[in-house]
Design a binder for this molecule. Structure first.
Ligand code: MN
Length: 270
């Protein structure tokens, strides 16, 4: 398990390979502070069958502590083999509640309340078959590209998402709306710590992207999809995504985890 370094600088993992529960995976994570912020409050946690990201808020003495606390709590869920999705979900709910209480107790020098989003996937089984347990609280995102079809697996907890649901904004308008950074759920920050979950079957070949809003705030879904849906290897894709977000302004910390996963033996396919 690796928690990518947070704080001042940029962090980039090597491409890592792993296999768990009949799913072969390779992944890479990059976390960049962006071009405006002096600190990086995002964090990433990766290991075979666990790809999670947290985007902290509240300033450097609060946000990075909050995102790290959430990821450290969730790291304890990780086991050597995938477990039943329902069991894992209950463990994640417990860990998120504990992290929420710890984050609410953080005493920030800035006076801003500490908080963090969390999103990503954990490999589980459902009816004995590999499934991804997708988790989200806040406005970080998990996307999937499979069979040429690109989709956001999560739904943001944000004010603009509620306006989209009500038909008042299009996703394109929401991306530039001044209210776009207002989130409605988080760990800490005096908010409700209720995460949403989805259980989706692992595909024969799929590419997953877990990202903070520093990516999708700068790039449209079409732009993200075009970069992911290429013959490029995951490390090239991850570099391209982060560079594109920086070139578009880099106004927030940008973190991406890109995963290729297959239920077929990669010795034959990769
Ligand atoms: Mn952010």
């Amino acid at each position: 398990m690796t928690v990518e370094s947070q704080g001042e600088g940029s962090a980039r993992s090597d491409v890592v390979y792993g296999v768990q529960g009949g799913v072969w995976m390779k992944w890479v994570a990059i976390s960049n502070p962006g071009r405006v912020r002096t600190t990086n409050e995002d964090g990433a946690l990766t290991g075979p069958g666990m790809f999670l990201l947290a985007d902290g808020m509240g300033g450097h003495d609060a946000g990075e502590v909050a995102s790290a606390a959430a990821l450290e709590a969730l790291a304890e869920v990780f086991g050597p083999e995938p477990e039943d999705a329902q069991v894992v979900m209950e463990q994640v709910v417990d860990r998120l509640r504990q992290a929420h209480a710890a984050i609410e107790a953080i005493d920030s020098e800035t006076g801003k309340r500490a908080g963090t989003t969390v999103t990503g996937v954990l490999l589980t089984t459902y009816d004995g078959v590999p499934h991804w347990l997708v988790v989200n609280i806040g406005d970080s995102r998990t996307y999937r590209l499979a069979e040429g079809y690109f989709e956001q697996l999560t739904v943001d907890h944000s004010q603009v998402q509620e306006l989209i649901n009500g038909g008042f904004l299009s996703p394109e308008q929401a991306r530039v709306d001044p209210r776009r950074n207002v989130i409605t759920r988080a760990l800490g920050a005096g908010m409700e710590p209720d995460a949403d979950f989805w259980i989706v079957p692992a595909q024969p070949h799929e590419r997953l992207l877990v990202c903070s809003d520093g990516l999708n705030g700068e790039l449209t879904d079409d732009e993200i999809s075009a970069i992911l849906d290429s013959d490029a290897a995951i490390d090239e894709c991850a570099d391209h995504l982060v560079e594109s977000a920086l070139n578009a302004g880099g106004r927030d910390n940008v973190t991406v985890i890109v995963v290729d996963a297959t239920t077929e033996n990669f010795a034959d396919n990769w």
